[in-house]
Design a protein around this ligand. Structure first.
Ligand code: F0G
Length: 361
């Protein structure tokens, strides 16, 4: 569509690229690691294998500076916190928000505190929070406990809250929707995402609405959100006290953006439903092995969900463009990757032996 903004390289990060759509002024100090500008990769295997006439794309957010979509919102949240004079930042996190908050706080010269559920954060994310120098508190509790503490601290002390309750996080994450519109030349018919604290599905919907209301695009997608079956409060209609799933990023029992996510699904004519850990891990493996796209387990929930809906005939027979956001990089959770794949075979440094082993003769 010709009235979409013209892109030019090098990419300048989400604030400079989308300044006119974001609540920043000339006085806002832009703290960027040049996040955003991630590829929209057409599916070569999973999409064509589905019933119906779907054109499936993956928005590969693992290619952001800290390996997840969180960097879009963090760029905004930290820039605004710096503008307001904040010196200390804090967040509750299943890992990715912590990694991103730690990195952007470091870039901004601010002290960062991250609160994570002890024992339930993937190794890559933990290593990032530590490497970027965050004060890392492993809380004896789950994500919901961490978020409660963070809220209470921020109500009483001058510490900048970096969870998606922070509206600037939402503003930054809207840029994912802008990029999808630009890559396709129009919004997709459906947009599928994993749902944890429910910020990202909200932000994407707000992003699509923003451009629709501004007259830049002529349609809006149907929003499809997927929770893990063991951590599906929105689907069940009540908080889950002990959420459990292998997709630790979305192991959340009482999402902060619950109402907004439900509104996104309802206003767009979409839905929020659940997928099992088995379905998530099958999609996770297929993305890597059939598409060459390595994402973390939670990221595959959207793909698992689209696959499930397609098999149920949800998309019908008309052609439809479907985008799945792959929210985080596979390297975030190396333990899971190694546990699911065959182990490396140890061999002697002997060419003949290897040729025989591989059956090349
Ligand atoms: N995918 C990944 C890889 C995530 O890290 C998250 C959330 C989600 C999906 C769900 O997004 O919360 O906006 O609905 N991670 C948060 C964190 C909770 O602390 O890193 P959401």
């Amino acid at each position: 569509m010709s009235d979409l903004p013209a892109r030019r390289w090098p990419w300048r990060g989400v604030i400079e690229e989308y300044r006119e759509f974001l609540p920043v002024t000339d006085d806002t100090p832009v703290v960027t690691l040049l996040e955003g500008g991630t590829p929209l990769v057409p599916s070569r295997a999973i999409g064509p294998s589905l019933p119906g006439r779907l054109r499936l794309f993956f928005k590969y957010e693992g290619l952001n500076p800290t390996g997840s979509f969180k960097d879009r919102g963090m760029c905004m949240a930290i820039s605004k916190a710096k503008e307001a004079g904040a010196r200390i930042t804090i967040c509750a996190s299943t890992g990715n928000t912590a990694a991103s908050a730690a990195a952007y706080s470091a870039a901004a010269g601010m002290a960062s505190v991250v609160m994570i559920p002890a024992g339930y954060v993937a190794l890559g994310k933990l290593s990032q929070a530590l490497a970027y120098g965050a004060r890392t508190l492993a809380v004896e509790g789950n994500f919901d406990d961490c978020l409660r503490c963070v809220r209470e601290i921020c109500e009483a002390y001058p510490v900048a809250l970096l969870n998606s309750l922070n509206p600037y996080r939402m503003d930054g994450q809207k840029t994912g929707a802008f990029e999808v519109c630009e890559a396709l030349g129009r919004p997709p018919d459906f947009h599928a995402l994993p749902v944890g604290n429910a910020g990202n599905i909200t932000a994407y919907w707000w992003g699509y609405k923003h451009w629709y209301d501004a007259g830049l695009v002529a349609s809006r997608p149907v929003m499809l959100g997927f929770q893990a079956a063991g951590a599906a409060p929105i689907v069940l209609g009540h908080p889950v006290e002990k959420p459990e799933t292998c997709a630790t990023a979305i192991r959340i029992g009482n999402p902060a953006r619950w109402k907004d996510a439900v509104a996104a699904a309802e206003e767009s004519g979409g839905l929020i439903t659940s997928v099992t850990d088995e379905e998530i891990l099958a999609a996770y493996s297929d993305l890597a092995r059939l598409e060459g796209l390595f994402c973390e387990p939670a990221s595959a929930a959207g793909v698992a969900g689209v696959r499930k809906l397609a098999r149920e005939g949800y998309f019908g027979d008309s052609p439809a463009t479907v985008v799945c956001t792959l929210t985080g990089h596979g390297l975030k959770d190396p333990d899971r990757a190694i546990a699911l794949a065959p182990q490396p075979e140890t061999v002697p440094a002997d060419t003949d032996f290897i040729v025989d082993l591989l059956g090349l003769r």
